[in-house]
Write a protein that binds this ligand. Structure first.
Ligand code: ADP
Length: 192
């Protein structure tokens, strides 16, 4: 049985969280769980949840905590997450931090580490504008990108300090080649 690995990846929009999350999760044989991906697939499939969050995502704002917490609690109850997971894009607010702590405590679990991808803001805005041309995401216009960066700075960046106090924060330089960054993250994770 593999050692449990319960991880979070933090970083501003455009830091490469989604890309790194998939690679790190594969190396550690745990699922990468992206709240953004869950919302986008619900929007695509026009589910009730999708209809509820569509305009919020398009504006760059955050989905209300109650909605987000519920989908995460449900996703963490799946069998594949029993021995670990890598959360990408959650928690993003202090209310979500508390909710996640409560969800884990209920099962006697705790986080092992919180990875923060540290990147240069001008560089990430450039990356997102490039992604806009390729993927055409509704929230990748320059105005919405700026809004997402501002909300991240205000709401989510402070969570790193919280996890640092808890002794869980692992800061990793997120600039450079994709492979290089993955190797840096794996090397920086605490060993079991
Ligand atoms: P990025 O990191 O590039 O902003 P994500 O795919 O993580 O992209 O998130 C896209 C959007 O989905 C966010 O701007 C927000 O509207 C919504 N979202 C994702 N995760 C959360 C969350 N934990 N809480 C609230 N809203 C969220």
């Amino acid at each position: 049985m593999p050692a449990p690995t319960r991880l979070i990846i933090l970083g501003p929009p455009g830091a490469g969280k989604g890309t790194q999350a998939a690679r790190i999760a594969e190396r550690l044989s745990i699922p990468a769980i992206s709240t953004g991906d869950i919302f986008r697939s619900n929007i695509k499939n026009e589910t009730e949840l999708g209809l509820k969050v569509k305009d919020i995502l398009a504006s760059g704002g955050y989905v209300p905590d109650e909605v987000t917490n519920e989908i995460v609690e449900d996703r963490l109850s799946w069998d594949d997450a029993t021995h670990g997971f890598l959360l990408d894009g959650y928690p993003r607010t202090s209310g979500q931090v508390e909710a996640l702590d409560a969800m884990l405590a209920k099962h006697g679990h705790a986080l092992d580490a919180v990875i923060e991808l540290v990147v240069d803001e001008d560089a990430v805005v450039g990356r997102l504008l490039k992604r806009a041309e390729i993927e055409g995401r509704a929230d990748d216009t320059e105005e919405v990108i700026r809004e997402r960066q501002a909300i991240y700075r205000k709401e989510t960046a402070p969570l790193a300090a919280h996890y640092q106090l808890a002794g869980l924060l692992v800061q990793v330089d997120g600039m450079g080649e994709v492979d290089e960054v993955t190797d840096r993250v794996i090397a920086a994770l605490p060993q079991h």
